[in-house]
Design a protein around this ligand. Structure first.
Ligand code: XUL
Length: 533
């Protein structure tokens, strides 16, 4: 199965340090084959860290951290697993990775020195222990920085100005507000911090054995990077914390080669000493290429725990309302992303409320009428990111709570109309939508998506789009570095095909219904927001 005897094979490794696991994938670019794939779940494989879904419990529920030592222990374990599975690591040409976005790692001087002298006779954890000015790393699920968000936003001139400057309004999970909170609450530890890395750039630093730059994709998730100049934004740095510039690594293109893979991996696991270590990026930018989204006009809608809608954008356009984000794309373009917190779990709440299973829920979608006779739902079971809702609650507008079918339809229509309504700032008329994530296996949900968005929808079955995107970035960076043709469509070809026969075509009659209903939905949102904020 492993192609060590295939002289034509060009092998690349991609890793994904996500919230709950570390995953790896090795591809052969010539045969377009995935030759190895593995994933280590943090809670199950490393119970000693006592993580819950990859996060450490904290007495304050808004504070959510994880452990950089856990991530490097997982890196050792994954390389050991690949070695014992016979993966021809000696033939790897390059590696890159993807990281959960926004999370930050605070290295002290000792940590920086340790990176450059990783001793293969010890574990990564032993090498790096004592190398952190802050033992734990705040991650994207942390929402404890509202005060700091307000302070930075004010200093940058409000929502619109902040979004125009950094690509997003300030958000609690973004790195700048997190750094500011650390500086305010633990000034001594902040002063001991020699370098601040993102999850992605920290893992890249370990892979290369030196402090890695932050790529433009993940750098845009910090509220610290000038989104148009792709350089640190002096005003944002000033608004965040003193001496911050000195603690941040350089910014780099997503295909930047940091150097050769650290000798640690060569000596310990037999990795090719000539293999290139590329910068890593955020999981969303990686997913963009992992799903083959290379042109403006194709959107991905991921129906996961939360729903995300993202796509490539050629020219930088920011959201004046401050709901959407702009990140750098691995292609050198931009990407947009909107994140809705009340996704699949909210849909599940309605299913459970009426004691249905998914088949029953889907049947009711098929037998009820598009537009629900004007009945609407605002399914904000949890606080919502888009639109910002601080006081959660399910709302029904002309919707009878005894009408089971209307409630099932109500939540799906509401979620799809929210996506359409809040993605209008992108000013992209979608020509094709790729649906992904757990919820995308339900055809009636995809039909409503097609009708509301007035666009064909196809399902794409790539469970690990971020890991795949990471390895495709490794191949792209390698080819570019070698001066060989590195066109993205050729690189992704054969890896990112939609599921045959999964396409849903919009029904013109239903489209007409939703074109009208969306105005009522927008009004209902406005009215509700006036009282729920
Ligand atoms: C995006 C975000 C999440 C994380 C998840 O802004 O916060 O999608 O990247 O890993």
């Amino acid at each position: 199965m492993l192609p060590s005897d295939n002289i034509m094979s060009r092998l690349f490794l991609g890793l994904d340090s996500s919230t709950q696991s570390l995953s790896g994938i090795v591809i052969d670019l010539d045969t377009r084959r995935v030759v190895y794939e593995a994933s280590l779940n943090f809670d199950q494989t490393f119970p000693q860290y006592k993580t819950h879904n990859g996060a450490l419990r904290h007495s304050d529920p808004l504070t959510v951290h994880s452990s950089p030592l856990l991530w490097v222990e997982a890196l050792d374990a994954l390389f050991a697993k690949m070695k014992s599975a016979g993966v021809p690591l000696g033939e790897l040409l390059a590696m890159s990775g993807s990281g959960q976005q926004h999370g930050s790692v605070y290295l002290n001087r000792r940590g920086l020195a340790a990176l450059e002298n990783l001793n293969p006779h010890r574990s990564l954890k032993e090498n790096l222990a004592g190398g952190f000015a802050r033992e734990t790393a705040p991650i994207w699920m942390d929402t404890s920085t509202s005060a700091e968000c307000a302070e930075i936003r004010r200093a940058l001139g409000g929502v619109k100005a902040t979004a125009q400057a950094t690509g997003s309004d300030t958000f609690e999970r973004f790195t700048g507000p997190q750094i500011r909170k650390f500086y305010k609450h633990e000034p001594n530890r902040y002063a001991q911090t020699a370098a601040i890395a993102l999850v992605s750039s920290f893992m890249a630093s370990v892979s290369a054995g030196k402090l890695a730059p932050i790529d433009h994709g993940d750098g845009a998730g910090m509220n610290l990077m000038d989104i148009r100049k792709r350089a640190w934004h002096p005003g944002a740095l000033r608004a965040t914390a003193p001496d911050l510039r000195k603690k941040l690594p350089a910014l780099a293109e997503p295909w930047h080669v940091i150097g050769k893979v650290s000798p640690y991996f060569v000596k310990k696991y037999g990795v090719n000493p000539a293999a290139l270590a590329l910068v890593w990026s955020g999981d969303n930018p990686c997913s963009l290429v992992g799903l083959g989204l290379l042109e403006a006009g194709t959107l991905a809608i991921s129906l996961g725990t939360s729903y995300t809608c993202f796509g490539l954008m050629k020219r930088c356009r920011t959201d004046d309302r401050g709901e959407g984000h702009v990140f750098g794309a691995p292609t050198g373009d931009y990407m947009t992303l909107i994140c809705f917190k009340n996704g699949s779990l909210a849909r599940e709440r309605i299913r459970d409320m009426y004691s249905l299973d998914w088949d029953g829920f889907n049947r009711l979608l098929e037998t009820s009428k598009p537009g629900n006779h004007g009945a609407l739902m605002l399914p904000w079971f949890e606080t919502e990111i888009v639109p910002r809702v601080n006081r959660p609650g399910l709302r029904r507008i002309q919707l009878d709570d005894h009408d089971v079918a209307a409630n099932c339809r109500g939540i799906v229509e509401a979620q799809m109309m929210a996506i359409r309504l809040h993605s209008d700032w992108m000013q992209v008329t979608p020509r094709k939508i790729l649906a992904t994530g757990g919820g995308s296996v339900n055809p009636p949900v995809l039909q409503i998506m097609a009708d509301v968005m007035n666009c064909p929808v196809a399902r794409i079955e790539i469970a690990k789009s971020a890991t795949l995107g990471a390895v495709l970035r490794a191949a792209h960076g390698y080819l570019k570095h070698a001066g060989q043709p590195a066109k993205w469509p050729a690189i992704v070809a054969g890896f990112t095909d939609p599921v045959p026969g999964s396409e849903m075509i919009p029904n013109p009659k239903a489209v007409g219904v939703y074109n009208k209903l969306i105005r009522h939905y927008a009004k209902a949102e406005q009215t509700a927001l006036a009282t729920t904020r």
